[in-house]
Design a protein around this ligand. Structure first.
Ligand SMILES: [Zn+2]
Length: 269
């Protein structure tokens, strides 16, 4: 699996400068501060080797349209807007950066079997942002490093590692099991409120198992292939969706998704 490791050192330093305050007062990272940090990571990520935007207005507009519908419907709101960009990459993944900058990789679009599967993953990533998981993790890492005497500064290799993880090919921090489950729950609720069938998210995790069993596990981003296990997520989502009692008319698929999927497949080949 190819990752985006090489980042401009100056951009990293700028990002790290934004982390200093959080080491002392993790709960005080404001929305504005998170957005600033996210913008720095965006700059690093988009300048790094191996990052390729998909320059296709139609596909980007489609993904952005999904994201904005989810953002409007989510019961948990942040004060900053979400933005969306499709990335040319075969790996099955989507990720969100601090501050609501969301990326969807072409591998996810081509492997999703219906629109609601794609929407589910996008809603899950947005839920991490809405729930403040990025700033929690940034604060935790800063606290840990402070405790170990590795206070963030521009020359600290530990700080560089932390920042590189954020802007790596995974595009995100590592979330814990509880945060993943929370994001699954909010993602499912938000997508149902936006009119999509939350079983799409459930089905996507089942789909990941199919891809792995078919020998395609290497194409699945680590963050989607590890904790909680796909089986556990499917079970949790089954229970959640049963308790939500979603109306029968929610969207599982659309002709537009098929068109977009064909378009992306054509671009890749
Ligand atoms: Zn997640």
């Amino acid at each position: 699996m190819r990752r985006l490791r090489r980042l401009p050192p100056l951009a990293l330093a700028a990002l790290l400068a934004g982390c200093v305050g959080s080491a002392l007062a993790p709960v005080l990272i404001s929305d504005e501060r998170e957005r600033e940090m996210g913008q720095r990571v965006v700059t690093s990520l988009e300048q790094s080797d191996g990052f390729h935007r998909l320059d296709d207005a139609e596909v980007n507009a489609y993904v952005s349209g999904i994201g904005q519908r989810i953002a409007a419907a989510s019961p948990v709101q942040r004060s900053f807007p979400f933005s969306f960009q499709v990335v040319r990459r075969d790996e099955v993944n989507a990720f969100a950066l601090p501050g609501g900058f969301c990326y969807v990789q072409t591998g996810l679009i081509t492997e999703a079997q219906c629109e609601a599967q794609l929407v589910g993953v996008i809603a899950h990533e947005m839920a991490h942002v809405a729930l403040g998981h990025h700033r929690e993790e940034i604060a935790n890492q800063a606290l840990l490093q402070t405790a170990q005497g590795m206070v963030f500064n521009e020359g600290s290799p530990f700080a560089a590692v932390a920042a590189a993880r954020i802007a790596s090919g995974l595009g995100m921090l590592t979330f814990n099991r509880g945060q993943e489950s929370e994001a699954d729950r909010l993602g499912a609720v938000a997508m149902a409120r936006a009119g999509w069938d939350p079983r799409g998210l459930r089905d996507f995790f089942a789909r990941l198992d199919e891809i792995s069993q078919g020998g395609g596990g290497g194409r699945i981003a680590q963050m989607l292939s590890t904790h909680p296990s796909n089986t556990a997520r499917v079970q949790q989502l089954d229970a959640l969706i049963a308790s939500m009692n979603p109306p029968p008319n929610l969207t599982m698929d659309s002709p537009r998704f098929s068109e977009i999927k064909r378009r992306v497949a054509g671009i890749r080949n």
